[in-house]
Ligand binder design. Structure first.
Ligand code: COA
Length: 214
């Protein structure tokens, strides 16, 4: 049996994250943690990848919340707002989750939070022009990373912010301006010139994981 708490990290005070690979889920729970209603809903999804990632995401989220709040994971009710963001029904705290490749990650906090994970793999050469504002292009060289890798990192940082504020990609990533300290893997993101979010990130094998909180 794996030590579940070893998979829960606390990158900042009051922020808890959990990241699990699909093949490890059975080490945590005998069967996926989805409600009957969720299972029925996701059965309608055409893509098997989507069905799998949904089940993994909900399971990781429930494992994390159960561990932090000390409740039975089977009893955790997760609501979906009209904008697509998630909330805990009858429990305190903010949540967010992300899936990419064969893993999913969740974050829980009393503060507003967002999380994003992305696989580091070759993407379109011009992706950075969609992610970064022209004034941010220096970040690419400042990061010390190769361009594709840096672009994916900035993508996760900005998407974590957009998920934390619940607008998602309805809001342009270019309007989220980053100021990152690459040594401490921490920084500030400012949306629309005034709304400030703290961002932290880490590299987990083939993925970047970023978290944004207020
Ligand atoms: C939120 C969003 C940025 C996630 O993109 P992604 O990188 O493909 O996916 P991730 O795995 O990182 O995150 C998906 C999770 O984000 C959450 N999410 C969805 N919409 C969200 C929002 N507006 N705010 C915060 N979180 C949101 C959900 O939990 C979702 O997982 P679930 O459907 O299994 O519950 C993107 O879906 C988006 O911008 N959605 C809003 C805009 C929209 O609805 N566009 C139409 C799409 S057809």
């Amino acid at each position: 049996m794996l030590d579940r708490s070893a998979f829960i990290q606390n990158p900042e005070s009051g922020i808890y994250t959990m990241h699990v690979d699909a093949e490890l889920l059975s080490e945590f729970v005998p069967k996926p943690l989805v409600t009957h209603a969720e299972a029925e809903r996701i059965e309608q999804a055409r893509s098997q990848t989507r069905r799998k990632s949904f089940v993994l995401g909900r399971s990781v989220l429930r494992l994390l919340v159960a561990e932090i709040l000390g409740v039975d994971p089977q009893t955790i009710q997760v609501g979906v707002r009209p904008d697509g963001s998630l909330y805990l029904i009858d429990l305190p705290g903010s949540i967010s989750l992300s899936h990419s490749g064969n893993s999913a990650a969740a974050v829980f906090s009393e503060r507003s939070v967002g999380i994003d994970i992305e696989e580091v793999k070759p993407r379109r050469d011009d992706l950075y022009t969609y992610v970064l504002h022209r004034d941010e292009y220096d970040l690419l060289s400042d990061s010390g990373l190769e361009n594709n890798e840096a672009t994916i990192l900035f993508w996760t940082l900005k998407e974590a912010v957009l998920k934390g504020r619940r607008s998602g990609l309805r809001h342009s990533p270019k309007d989220v301006r980053l100021d990152i300290d690459f040594d401490s893997r921490k920084g500030l993101a400012v949306v629309g010139g005034e709304e400030e979010w703290t961002v932290v990130y880490e590299r987990l094998s083939d993925k970047f994981q970023s978290i944004a909180f207020r």
